[in-house]
Design a protein. Structure first.
Length: 443
C-alpha cells in the first residue's frame, strides 16, 4: 500500500478484507444478490468508499447555496427572462422553448457530480432534474452491505452510516403530492426497452416506501376529466424520467407531454420535475457562475463560495485569447460539449497531443462547449479480486438532493490508468460503488 494515500477506515477495511478467506471480502455478494438492485445491469466495485461525515455535510450545505445561486441566475443577470438566460448558456431556440414551457423556476432536485481532490470537494456539473438516475443505488447499496454480518460488525466498530436516498426522495414526493401519492415514473416513447433496468429499482424502492408506483412511457398515460390515469389509478405525481430531446424527437411524445403540462398547470397532477430543470443543467450555467467577475452580481461571500467549489470554467468560443490559453494549458484543461451528457464527447487535454487538442478546440468552438480546469480526484485503493493486488481507482461522487436538502451520496469509479472520463456510458471499466460516511451509527 506504499504510495497510496488512504484514510484509517479504508486501511482497516483493506487489511480485514485482504485475505481470500476473509468473510469481510465477500460482503459485496450481498449487493450483487440484492433483489432491490437485481435489474441494474452494471457492475460494482468490490468495496464501498468511505468519506468523513462532517466535511461531506458541510459541502452538502455549500451545494444547497450554489443551487440557490444557480436558480437565481435568470433574475440576477437577465431580469427574470428565461429566454435570454437560455440564449446565454447556448440552448438552441426550439429546445429552449420546450424547456421554458411552464415558465417556472424549478425545484432543486437531482444529482451533482463531485470530485474529492484530497483537499476538498469540487463541483464538476450540476445534474438538476428528476431524469438523473441512480437514486436506488444511493442507499440500497450501503443497505445491502449491512446485511452481511462481517460488514455490519465492521460498520458498528467504525461508526459508519449512510443516507437512504429513496427515502429522502419519497419524503419530497409526499411534500408535493400529499400523503402517499400515486406516482408514475414516465419515460419517453420506446425508451423503456433500453432504460427500464435504470428505473425499475427506483419503482421498487418507492413501493417499499409505501407508494403505489407505476413505470411506463408517456403514451401509457391517459387524461380523463382533467386528471392523469395509468392502469386504472388516478395519478398524483408524474415523475419525469424523459428529457427535452426525447420529446422533440417524437411528435406523439410532444402531444402526450403537452397534456401532462396542461394538467399540471390546472393543479390536477404534479409534474416532478418540469422540463425547466433541463435548462439549468446546461453546462453553460457553470460558466455564468465561474466567470462571475464579468457580471459583478455576486457578493464577496458568494464569490468566495464559487471560487472555492467550482473549477475555473469558461464557454469555449473562437476568441483567440481564450483558445490560445487553452492550447498552452492543455495538460490542465478538459473540454465538454454543451449538448451532450454522460461523458459523451468529453476531451481531456492531457490525453491528447498538441495537434489533436488544437483540432478539438477548433471543431467544438462552433458547436458549443465549455472548457474547465482539471481536477484530479484522490486515489481510492481496492483489492483486485483475481490477482489479490492493490489497484488504484478514481471516484466521481454523486451528491443527491431534493427541495428538502441533502439526500445521499453514491459513486462511480474507474481505474486510474484508464480514461479520465468516469461515465458508465462511455467507459466500460467504470464500476458503481456504495458510500458510507464515518461518524454516525449506521441505519
Amino acid at each position: 500500500m506504499v504510495g497510496v494515500p488512504i484514510d484509517a477506515v479504508t486501511r482497516a477495511y483493506l487489511e480485514a478484507a485482504g485475505s481470500p478467506a476473509a468473510p469481510l471480502g465477500r460482503a459485496v455478494e450481498q449487493v450483487t444478490g440484492a433483489a432491490s438492485l437485481a435489474t441494474w445491469a452494471g457492475q460494482y466495485l468490490n468495496r464501498p468508499l468511505f468519506v468523513e461525515e462532517q466535511p461531506m455535510r458541510r459541502f452538502a450545505d455549500d451545494l444547497q447555496r450554489l443551487l440557490g445561486l444557480l436558480l437565481s441566475l435568470p433574475e440576477r443577470l437577465f431580469d427574470g427572462d428565461l429566454e435570454r438566460f437560455g440564449d446565454a448558456v447556448g440552448v438552441e431556440r426550439e429546445r429552449g422553448a420546450l424547456m421554458r414551457r411552464l415558465g417556472v423556476i424549478p425545484p432543486a432536485c437531482g444529482r451533482a457530480d463531485i470530485y474529492d481532490d484530497g483537499d476538498g470537494y469540487r463541483l464538476l456539473e450540476f445534474g438538476i432534474g428528476s431524469d438523473h438516475a441512480g437514486w436506488d443505488r444511493s442507499g440500497e447499496v450501503p443497505k445491502a452491505f449491512l446485511r452481511d454480518p462481517a460488514f455490519a460488525e465492521f460498520a458498528a466498530e467504525h461508526r459508519l452510516g449512510y443516507t437512504h436516498s429513496p427515502t429522502e426522495l419519497a419524503n419530497a414526493l409526499r411534500q408535493v403530492g400529499g400523503g402517499d401519492p400515486v406516482v408514475v415514473l414516465a419515460e419517453g416513447p420506446g425508451a423503456l426497452a433500453e432504460w427500464s433496468y435504470t428505473w425499475s429499482p427506483l419503482q421498487q424502492a418507492l413501493r417499499d416506501a409505501g407508494f403505489r408506483c407505476h413505470l411506463g412511457e408517456l403514451g401509457d398515460l391517459s387524461v380523463r376529466d382533467g386528471h392523469v390515469y395509468m392502469d386504472g389509478d388516478r395519478v398524483d405525481v408524474v415523475y419525469r424520467c424523459f428529457d427535452t430531446d426525447q420529446v422533440l424527437a417524437d411528435p406523439d411524445a410532444l402531444t402526450h407531454a403537452e397534456r401532462i403540462f396542461k394538467t399540471h398547470e390546472a393543479g390536477n397532477v404534479v409534474l416532478f420535475t418540469p422540463l425547466e430543470t433541463n435548462l439549468f443543467c446546461e453546462k453553460g450555467c457553470m460558466t455564468l457562475l465561474s466567470d462571475h467577475l464579468r457580471s459583478g452580481c455576486f457578493s464577496a461571500e458568494e464569490q468566495e463560495l464559487i471560487d472555492r467549489v467550482i473549477p475555473w470554467t469558461r464557454l469555449l468560443t473562437a476568441d483567440a485569447e481564450l483558445v490560445d490559453q487553452c492550447r498552452a494549458d492543455r495538460e490542465h484543461i478538459i473540454l465538454k460539449p454543451s449538448g451532450l451528457f454522460g461523458g459523451h464527447g468529453v476531451v481531456p487535454g492531457w490525453e491528447r497531443t498538441d495537434a489533436e487538442w488544437a483540432d478539438a478546440l477548433r471543431e467544438t468552438a462552433a458547436a458549443g462547449a465549455i472548457v474547465q480546469r482539471r481536477v484530479v480526484p484522490k486515489p481510492e485503493p481496492a483489492i483486485d479480486a483475481d490477482t489479490g493486488e492493490l489497484q488504484t481507482w478514481r471516484a466521481v461522487y454523486g451528491f443527491y438532493y431534493t427541495p428538502l436538502g441533502f439526500a445521499g451520496i453514491h459513486a462511480r469509479v474507474a481505474p486510474e490508468d484508464r480514461s479520465a472520463v468516469i461515465g458508465l456510458a462511455t467507459n466500460d471499466s467504470v464500476r458503481s460503488a456504495g458510500v458510507f460516511h464515518i461518524g454516525t451509527d449506521p441505519r
